[in-house]
Design a protein around this ligand. Structure first.
Ligand SMILES: Nc1nc2c([nH]c(=O)n2[C@H]2C[C@H](O)[C@@H](COP(=O)(O)OP(=O)(O)OP(=O)(O)O)O2)c(=O)[nH]1
Length: 153
C-alpha cells in the first residue's frame, strides 16, 4: 500500500479524504395499514456490493435538486414517471472502503407507467415487516429495522 501512495506526490491526505457522496432513494409504497408494501431492488452480481438489496435511486448530479435526481433515477432504472413525495429520513454511512454517503429517502405513492426492470437482478414488493429477510446494503439496516417495527411511516 505504501508505494502507490508515495507515487501520488505526497498527497496522502487528499488521497484518503473521499468526498461525501449525495444519494437519493425512493420508498415506493402501495396499500395501507397491515397491507402496506414497499418496492425493493437487488443489485446485479457484477456491481459493487453485488446482490445486496436497496431502494431504487442513485447519486445526485451537479445542478439537480434531490427530487429532480430521484425522478431521473426512477425513470432510468424503472421506466416510471414518479411524483416524489415527502422526505422520510436522511442517513449517513461510511463504508469500509472509506467512502461516506448521505442518502435522502423520499416516499413515492404516485407514478405512471409500469415498473420495468432495466438494471436490477431482481425486484419485488415486500411487506414492511418482511424487509429484514433481505440482505440490504449496510447503510440501510437501521432504516429497515425501524420500518419493520413500525417506527417509520
Ligand atoms: N440507490 C440506493 N443506493 C444506496 C442505498 N443504500 C446505499 O448504501 N446506497 C449506496 C450504493 C451506492 O454506493 C450509492 C448509490 O449510487 P449509485 O447507484 O449511483 O452508485 P453505483 O451503484 O453505481 O455505485 P458507485 O458509483 O458508488 O460505485 O449509494 C439504497 O437504498 N439505494
Amino acid at each position: 500500500m505504501k508505494e502507490p501512495i508515495r507515487k501520488l506526490n505526497g498527497q496522502r491526505a487528499l488521497d484518503t479524504a473521499k468526498p461525501l457522496r449525495h444519494v437519493v432513494a425512493a420508498m415506493i409504497l402501495r396499500g395501507s395499514g397491515a397491507e402496506r408494501e414497499v418496492f425493493i431492488c437487488q443489485r446485479r452480481p457484477d456491481q459493487p456490493m453485488g446482490l445486496k438489496w436497496e431502494f431504487p435511486g442513485g447519486k445526485i448530479e451537479p445542478g439537480e435538486t434531490p427530487k429532480e435526481a430521484l425522478a431521473r433515477e426512477l425513470s432510468e432504472e424503472l421506466g416510471i414517471v414518479a411524483e416524489i413525495g415527502d422526505h422520510i429520513t436522511t442517513v449517513r454511512h461510511t463504508y469500509r472502503n472509506g467512502g461516506t454517503i448521505e442518502i435522502q429517502f423520499f416516499a413515492v405513492t404516485e407514478f405512471s407507467g409500469d415498473l420495468d426492470n432495466r438494471i436490477f437482478q431482481e425486484m419485488l414488493w415486500s411487506p414492511l415487516e418482511r424487509l429484514p429477510d433481505y440482505d440490504f446494503l449496510a447503510a440501510d439496516l437501521t432504516l429497515i429495522r425501524d420500518l419493520a417495527e413500525g417506527k417509520i411511516l
